[in-house]
Design a protein around this ligand. Sequence first.
Ligand code: 3BY
Ligand code: FES
Ligand code: FE
Length: 411
Amino acid sequence: METKLDMLGRLQRRRPGFSLEQPFYTDPDYFKVDMDLIWYRDWLFVGHDCEIARPGSYFTVQIGIYSVVVVRGQDGVIRALHNTCRHRGSRVCTAHKGTAAKLVCPYHQWTYNLDGSLAFARQMGEDFCKDDFGMKPVACESVAGYVFVCLADEPADFAPFRTLMEPYFAPHDLANAKVAHETTIIEKGNWKLVWENNRECYHCAANHPELCKTFPEAPTVTGVPSVDSDPEMLEHWAHCEANGLPSKFRIDEAGQFRATRAPLLRDAVSYTMSGKSAVKRNLCDGVSADRIGTLMLYHYPTTWNHVLIDHATTFRVIPISATETAVTTKWLVHKDAVEGVDYTVDELIHVWAMTNDEDRRIVEENAFGIQSPAYEPGPYSPVHEGGVIQFVDWYADFMVPRLAEGGKPAL
Ligand code: 3BY
Ligand code: FES
Ligand code: FE
């Protein structure tokens, strides 16, 4: 309670346009409150439909203290379940991913159907009613190839995100793509530093030689563009929309998610060193227009994304502790693209593997410096860091009412 009041006070007194005070980035108690009020309450991107393409395929994800299994049922429906056995609580699925006809707990072999209902439990006595002991469901939604879960008992309405995101992503048919490669790196920094770094390109020229070959540094691309601020963006949107691809910058009222398309530099079509395609086969048969650039989506607090003509790169952020964050990157290609023939993993991942590592280093230096007692919140550039200001404002606006709720005396 004390921590919540402390956070509330600091957010209410904060200087807008400045970075947050030290404990928001370092304090384990503040971190626990972030987990409780954001990560255990809101919608989180966990993976892609195409990773669990067949009935019985599943993946697991650890979100703070919750283990969740996301599994496709015999009926083709994707569900999420709390990965804790209803017998004595063992984790049921222990692998990161797999395929199973039924989910069998490794401890005493209680056996669950793919929808979580308990199918079999040995010698539990005559009064035992297996209907009472199914794995507990977690709210789960799939939209345009992206699976989101929400750990809250009463999840926020997912519809506004679906309505905004689906038209942008549906043409790219990511539900039928395949993951060609994935990496997970641990960045030694608070999850908000990972986001702050992502939401600006003020650091790009000095730190991202590979990405800068194709990705524009313009703040109108990364940040929050005013509608008529960049003629190149306007032209790009008109070009893509004439080709049936929704493209204009759209952001939700609370600022939690946005989608937009941006052109790449010069005649680049993909994030490669040459700017040429990394994959011979386009990501999706239905999209063949020239110069579609990148479709960018973010959804706080878990994901940012780039969809190109030949592949998509998706990012998932999961906090580990106050000062550690896991970033998982997946490269998606056409499901029939053949490694070694249509693409090589090395070329496909090179630019973002380097960029991720460069960002990891930046975030870690940032986190390191913030630990100093001499650290104090500093001003964001209004020109280049509008996206960071937007992120921090979202965080503060999201937290303040929830912290205030917690501050009410108990009945
Ligand atoms: O992934 C992105 O969109 C951000 C924008 C600028 C830096 N970073 C690459
Ligand atoms: Fe799962 Fe016993 S804890 S079967
Ligand atoms: Fe970066």
